[in-house]
Design a protein around this ligand. Structure first.
Ligand code: PLP
Length: 460
């Protein structure tokens, strides 16, 4: 797939191949009845594409690290919290980065062993810490209070884990404030440039010989590669300082986080892992010379391009002179896009009732979702072949942070998610990744078992 030197083509194959696979999958989903009047929305995952991205990630770092350097690529489970996806990545040599008891349970259910799991959340309870340390999962302490809890567990002999501290290099934010983790006032990690903080971190390590890792995650989507590299460079410099003052190589592993931005504007994969690895090598050559083991935590860039939400056009109408396609995909699957359309625009592809790509001419139209509020729009004023009743609208690049992040507005059901691949005889085969939520499940999750809880409370 990749020797780490290609541009554009080294994540998930070429964009053209990926788009062709997607078109075939949409048609097959309609033909095979996965998608239709009774099942008007599905999430589709391109298994070959996910495998190719995983391979590209490994190749990119193999190309810049000294032979024998331990490198753990840990998938940020929050990007696509689906057990079969985490399992597929595990098979591709990718571990798991988890940030809640739920995510840890998903990683364990997928069979990711503790030594390939990293726990990073900002609000870990004592019980979570105890479990992680007993299992031997790597933990990055977010702050001094958390480190004090870890001190107690280590003193009690509970720990088998590689342990580190998360720092915020405070190198600044990117174009999306909500995803910029290295601003001066970010809630994550120990803010390194605050008065006295750097010295506190160094002392924390000198006082605790068992702190052997250092972690930073400079941001996600919207952060330029050079700024991400600056965050890594700051972290590396701190590790060097700690090791020099300790007089030994106490920090032996650097966790450089994730955050490679994804291009949502076309089928091209840019930037690539290979580009980022080269930027890092240029900015921080010592990172790759074999003295440090490495951990990465990519999420969005491994999955985004490989997921598609496909939704049926229930009605096609006109309002104020503008065509509006009312589909079954809206805020429940594309929450960020609906609430922050400027920051999270999605490409929409038009397919006809048979699942074939629609031909032009382009017509300026709105693509709406099913929820009962006016802002529930996947796209506004978008030029596309006219969507008609019974057609399908596909929201592209939605494999990360979209259809697996259900938002239960209007009690809209979680859609089914299916992986697709070649069936060996020229067609497309699907595998169920997650069943669609049933109406009975919606009722049950909405307190259905407690119908009379408020009308006949205990003691009344
Ligand atoms: C969200 C997150 C990631 C993954 O970020 P992506 O932008 O999806 O690559 C990695 N590490 C930490 C600590 C995170 O919070």
């Amino acid at each position: 797939m990749s020797d780490g030197t290609e541009t554009g083509a080294d994540v998930g194959g070429t964009g053209t191949e990926r788009a062709a696979r997607r078109d075939e999958a949409v048609r097959a989903a309609v033909e095979q009845g996965l998608l239709g009047p009774g099942t008007p929305i599905v999430g589709l995952l391109d298994v070959a594409g996910i495998r190719e991205s995983a391979a590209a990630l490994r190749a990119a770092f193999d190309a810049v690290t000294a032979p024998g350097t331990p490198v753990l690529h840990a998938f940020a489970v929050k990007a696509t919290p689906l057990v079969p996806v985490v399992r597929l990545l595990h098979e591709e040599g990718i571990g798991a980065e988890v940030a809640s008891p739920g995510e840890l349970a998903l990683a364990r259910a997928a069979g990711v062993p503790p030594e390939r799991t990293v726990l990073d959340s900002p609000a870990k309870t004592p019980e979570e810490l105890r479990e992680a340390l007993a299992l031997g999962i790597a933990v990055n302490a977010d702050n001094p209070q958390e480190l004090a809890r870890i001190d107690a567990l280590v003193a009690g002999g509970t720990s088998r884990s590689p342990l580190g501290v998360r720092v915020n290099p405070q190198v600044g934010g990117g174009s999306i404030e909500a995803l910029s983790t290295a601003t001066a006032t970010s809630k994550f990690g120990v803010a390194l440039r605050d008065e006295g903080a750097r010295e506190w971190v160094v002392r924390a390590y000198l006082d605790r010989p068992w702190l052997t890792r250092l972690h930073a995650h400079t941001g996600s989507q919207g952060i330029p590669l050079t700024l991400m590299a600056e965050g890594v460079a700051e972290t590396y410099a701190l590790a060097e300082e700690i090791n020099e003052r300790a007089g030994r190589r106490q920090v032996d592993t650097l966790d450089i986080g994730g955050g490679l931005p994804v291009n949502f504007a076309s089928d091209e994969t840019t930037p690539t892992y290979a580009e980022y690895a080269r930027v890092l090598r240029e900015a921080v050559p010592g990172l790759f010379d074999g003295r440090y083991g490495l951990v990465t935590e990519f999420g969005r860039s491994l999955l985004a391009k490989h997921g598609t939400v496909v939704a049926r056009v229930e009605y096609a109408k006109n309002a104020g002179g503008r065509p509006v396609a009312v589909t079954h995909a809206g805020v429940q699957v594309a929450t960020r896009t609906v609430y922050a359309p400027g920051a999270w625009p999605l490409r929409i592809a038009a397919y006809d009732a048979k699942g074939l790509p629609k031909a032009g001419p382009d017509v300026v139209q709105d693509v709406a979702g099913p929820a009962c509020f006016a802002g529930d729009l996947l796209a506004t004023g978008r030029a596309l072949p006219l969507l008609e009743q019974g057609d399908y609208a596909a929201a592209l690049d939605t494999g990360a942070y979209y259809f697996a992040h259900h938002y239960a507005y209007n009690s809209l059901a979680r859609p089914g998610v299916y992986g697709f691949g070649a069936d060996g005889s020229g067609g497309v085969a699907f595998a169920t990744v997650r069943e669609a939520q049933s109406v009975a499940e919606i009722v049950s999750e909405a307190g259905g078992a407690h119908r009379d809880a408020l009308t006949s409370p205990p003691g009344s």
